[in-house]
Design a protein around this ligand. Sequence first.
Ligand SMILES: *[C@@H]1O[C@H](CO)[C@@H](O)[C@H](O)[C@H]1NC(C)=O
Ligand SMILES: *[C@@H]1O[C@H](CO)[C@@H](O)[C@H](O)[C@H]1NC(C)=O
Ligand SMILES: *[C@@H]1O[C@H](CO)[C@@H](O)[C@H](O)[C@H]1NC(C)=O
Length: 348
Amino acid sequence: MMDLVLTLSAILITLTKTSVATCACTRRASVIQTFYMATNGAKWLRPWDMSSADVPCGLEGVTCDVALGDITVISVAGRSLRGSLPTALGQLTAMTTFSVANNSLSGTVPPELSSCIALYSFDIWRNSLSGTLPPEFRAWTKMFVFSVGSNQLTGTLPEAYSAWGASQAFFYVDTNLLSGTLPGAFSSWTALEVFTAYSNSISGTLPPEYQSWASITDYHIQANSLTGSLPSTYSALVNLTTFDCSGNLLSGSLPEAFASLMKLEKFYAFGNSLSGTLPPGYGAWKNVTGVLLYTNAISGTLPSEYAQWTRVETIDFGVNALSGTLPAAYSRWTALTVLHLGLNSIWA
Ligand SMILES: *[C@@H]1O[C@H](CO)[C@@H](O)[C@H](O)[C@H]1NC(C)=O
Ligand SMILES: *[C@@H]1O[C@H](CO)[C@@H](O)[C@H](O)[C@H]1NC(C)=O
Ligand SMILES: *[C@@H]1O[C@H](CO)[C@@H](O)[C@H](O)[C@H]1NC(C)=O
């Protein structure tokens, strides 16, 4: 009888203990506290309750994986964070997703974050972060979404990121102050879907090696200082829907081989020094809605084959050296809302 009572009380004690289960990530409370302080937590939109006994569990935007006993997600986009990213975040070695997008963070991006080797989504879009992109982030071998656009980052694109290989799918570095060239070694990103590096000061040529990006749908490198010609190897990028290389210093002609880009919807190459003629083969772009080639040095005539662009809405071939007549077959452009051919020598 005595034994049974003892056993029952032991069970009761165990039950009582588990029912006031503590947070499985308590050991990370100090890292979270450091992050909160460094980013002016008290002034956030919907601040965290750091007095709760359960910290860091129960904090909005924090996920604690009970099995791992570690934090896997910090997601505090658009919460009015101000201040800097603390190096202590590097202790979160199980973190897969980190987003502080759309805040007012400043200072540099700590290389110590390279210790977060489980990261597959890193999003610091739209802050005021400066300094360079740490080459140490090559350690993120699961990197899938890398989003650092709309900051004040300087320096070059680290060639070391080529180590991400086939895990890398979405790469956003647009609207920064980046310079240097596009590393040919990024051709290792064979599962890349989106590449946006527009509005920087990137120079050099478009790497022909990027023909390995067979899955890419969106390729944006406009508003940089790129030179050289459009690589005909990009004819292999058959899933491209948007290609924008406008506002660079590109020269040479429009590759005839791009006729293979049958899914193209937007082809923007205006504001360069492209010459040569309009390839008739581009008539194969059955789904194209916008073709902007204005302000180049393209000559020759308008190919009647472009009459096959039955979905086209916007065409601007203005300020080139085109001549001849407007093909009668262009009457098939029934969705057209904008047609600019001015400052050429075309007769309607
Ligand atoms: C950015 O965050 C603010 C709140 O700070 C929100 O109102 C706005 O919709 C967000 N913008 C975007 C583009 O996410
Ligand atoms: C192109 O897109 C299609 C449809 O989304 C997909 O099935 C195919 O695998 C893609 N091709 C490549 C090379 O990624
Ligand atoms: C054109 O777009 C339609 C849907 O809008 C799609 O079904 C079709 O596959 C596209 N054509 C090509 C060549 O991608």
